[in-house]
Design a binder for this molecule. Structure first.
Ligand code: NAD
Length: 287
């Protein structure tokens, strides 16, 4: 079965729209998200355009601050200080990657954790690690859990989840969320030995590697749920044009597993929907 991320994201946006209207009516608060884009990276421009569009579609206020690639770290920090102090701004997102002369860690640390809708600030990752309420949780991992539950139902407890990848953006937070759901979690990475054997044990297999068609059918247990986070652009042998593929060999693996997220149309659409959810949560906390 294909786990339809497009539909799940659309459903979530409907729920969020209603919650936004309710917050406006009951508290007079309209959630607002400010996206800061430094430079002209084409992929980032597309992501930001989609974020702006979907933010306004659910009734939130969307602001975009475009800065030239030559912007200094000091100037960006000054901009963030201004946004941190602006009570009308509930969510701040600095689009990554940043130009090389800017230290991403310094920038992430400078965002007010209560407005850190990407969930990358150490305060939020610490809260997630401790299982504390009020954490703003990274968006793509949240989307992975929603999609896993779509396939398996609300209770994931006791399932063996294998996560391939240990990045701060996807691998680690998704592993922590699965642990919160009472899964037994294995984190595999570039130095893991016998990766195929480990993956074969997974009831839930999350691939966040960044390697096209990396996970093969004989790595996957019959009946497993496969969440493919990868977004890789490769050349289509037939047409010569580029196309997007995941980290999982979809054609092969879909014959073995019980449920799989496609690329595109799986985890990808959930990321922005969960960003909107975080913006709503940040706005609620501010009220
Ligand atoms: P990353 O490069 O930061 O991390 C990749 C991880 O894969 C590392 O932890 C590394 O240890 C592991 N890895 C690399 N080679 C391996 C190997 N041979 N065997 C086992 N593990 C290996 O990447 P990331 O930011 O975590 O992103 C992973 C993928 O997810 C990318 O394709 C990225 O484009 C995609 N992504 C998608 C979304 C979305 O919205 N769907 C969001 C973020 C990232």
């Amino acid at each position: 079965m294909i786990i339809d991320g497009k539909k799940a994201a659309a459903d979530l946006r409907v729920t969020l729209s209603k919650a936004v209207s309710e917050l406006k009516e009951t508290k007079g608060i309209t959630p607002s998200l400010t996206v800061v884009l430094v430079g002209e990276d084409p992929a980032s421009q597309v992501y930001v355009r989609n974020k702006v569009k979907q933010t306004t579609e659910v009734g939130m206020i969307s602001n975009e601050i475009k800065l030239p690639a030559s912007t200094s770290q000091t100037a960006l920090l000054a901009q963030l200080a201004q946004l941190n102090n602006d009570h009308r701004v509930h969510g701040i997102l600095v689009q990554l990657p940043l130009p090389k002369h800017i230290d991403e860690n310094v920038i992430i640390a400078a965002i007010n954790p209560e407005k850190d809708v990407d969930g990358f600030h150490a305060m939020n990752s610490g809260r997630l690690l401790n299982g504390e309420a009020g954490a703003l949780v990274p968006c793509t991992p949240q989307g992975c859990i929603i999609l896993a539950k779509q396939q398996l139902g609300h209770d994931l407890s006791g399932k063996h989840a294998v996560v391939i990848g240990r990045s701060n953006i996807v691998g680690k937070p998704v592993a922590l969320l699965l642990l919160q759901e009472n899964c037994t979690v294995t984190i595999a990475h570039s130095r893991t030995k016998d990766l195929a054997q480990i993956c074969q044990q997974a009831d839930i297999l999350v691939a966040a590697v960044g390697r096209p068609n990396f996970v093969k059918a004989d790595w996957v247990k019959k009946g497993a749920t496969v969440i493919d986070v990868g977004i890789n652009r490769i050349e289509d042998e037939k047409t010569g044009k580029t196309k997007l593929v995941g980290d999982v060999d979809f054609a092969e693996v879909s014959k073995v597993c019980a449920g799989i997220t496609p690329v595109p149309g799986g985890v990808g659409p959930m990321t922005i929907a969960c960003l909107l959810k975080n913006t709503l949560d940040a706005a609620k906390l501010s009220g």
